[in-house]
Ligand binder design. Structure first.
Ligand code: SF4
Length: 213
C-alpha cells in the first residue's frame, strides 16, 4: 500500500496562458521561507493556511484537465516550491507519466539549489524543463520577457523541450477571472501592483476539486 502525500496549496488555476508556454495547470504552494520585501504574493508566505490536497487527487485533477483542455504542462509557483520539495516531487513524478512538461518559479537561484544535497531537490530539478530563478523584485519589473516578473530572474532551460524563442518576447500577460463573485488575478505582477485590482477585494479560494470516477 502506498501512502499519499499532501500538497499545501494556496491557489490553483487549471488552465492558464499567463504562467509559461502553452496552456498550463498552475499550482501555488502555501508557504515560503524567503520573505522578500515586495513579495508579489505575501498572502502565500505563511506556512499555515491554504488547503491540503493529496498528490493522488491533484494528479487526477491534472489528468482530467489535460483531457478536457489540452494543457501541455504544469507550473509550480509560490510560496516556494522548493520549500515543499517532497510533495512537489511526488506530484511531478506522476505528471511525467503523461508527458506533461514542468515549469517552476523559485525564489532560490539555480546555483543555491544545486548546492543543496537533498536527493529530492536533485530529482525535482531533473524533472524540470524550465526553471525561473530568483525572487520577484518590485523595483525591477520585466518588460522584455513574457511570463517573467522581474529583470533579476533568470530562465534556465533544463531539458531540450523548450528554448528561448519569439514567444518569450511577446508582451507580458495578466489574466483576470470572475467566477461566482470571486476575482482571481494571475500573471504579470507589475501590472497587478500598478493598481489593476485596486478597489477590488481579492479572494483566492481553491476551485472545487472535481470528482474523478
Ligand atoms: S521567494 Fe517569491 S514567494 Fe517567497 S517571499 Fe520571495 S517573492 Fe515572495
Amino acid at each position: 500500500m502506498t501512502t499519499d502525500i499532501d500538497l499545501s496549496i494556496a491557489q490553483v488555476i487549471t488552465c492558464t496562458e499567463a504562467e509559461g508556454p502553452g496552456r498550463r495547470f498552475a499550482i501555488w504552494f502555501q508557504g515560503c521561507p524567503l520573505r522578500c520585501p515586495g513579495c508579489c504574493n505575501p498572502e502565500f508566505i505563511p506556512f499555515d493556511g491554504g488547503e491540503r490536497i493529496g498528490v493522488q487527487k491533484m494528479t487526477e485533477w491534472i489528468f482530467q484537465t489535460q483531457e478536457q483542455q489540452a494543457i501541455e504542462g504544469i507550473t509550480l509557483l509560490g510560496g516556494e516550491p522548493f520549500a515543499h520539495t517532497r510533495s512537489a516531487l511526488a506530484l511531478v513524478r506522476k505528471v511525467r507519466e503523461r508527458n506533461l512538461s514542468v515549469m517552476i518559479f523559485t525564489g532560490y537561484t539555480l546555483e543555491q539549489l544545486q548546492q543543496r544535497p537533498e536527493p529530492d531537490v536533485v530529482e525535482l530539478l531533473g524533472f524540470t524543463d524550465i526553471l525561473v530563478d530568483g525572487p520577484y523584485i518590485r523595483e525591477l519589473p520585466e518588460t522584455g520577457r513574457r511570463w517573467i516578473g522581474s529583470r533579476n530572474q533568470q530562465i534556465h532551460f533544463l531539458s531540450s523541450r523548450y528554448r528561448f524563442d519569439e514567444t518569450w518576447r511577446q508582451r507580458n500577460t495578466l489574466e483576470i477571472r470572475m467566477d461566482h463573485g470571486t476575482i482571481t488575478i494571475n500573471g504579470f505582477p507589475a501590472a497587478a501592483a500598478a493598481g489593476l485590482w485596486r478597489g477590488w477585494k481579492r479572494k483566492k479560494p481553491l476551485p472545487q476539486v472535481p470528482t474523478v470516477d
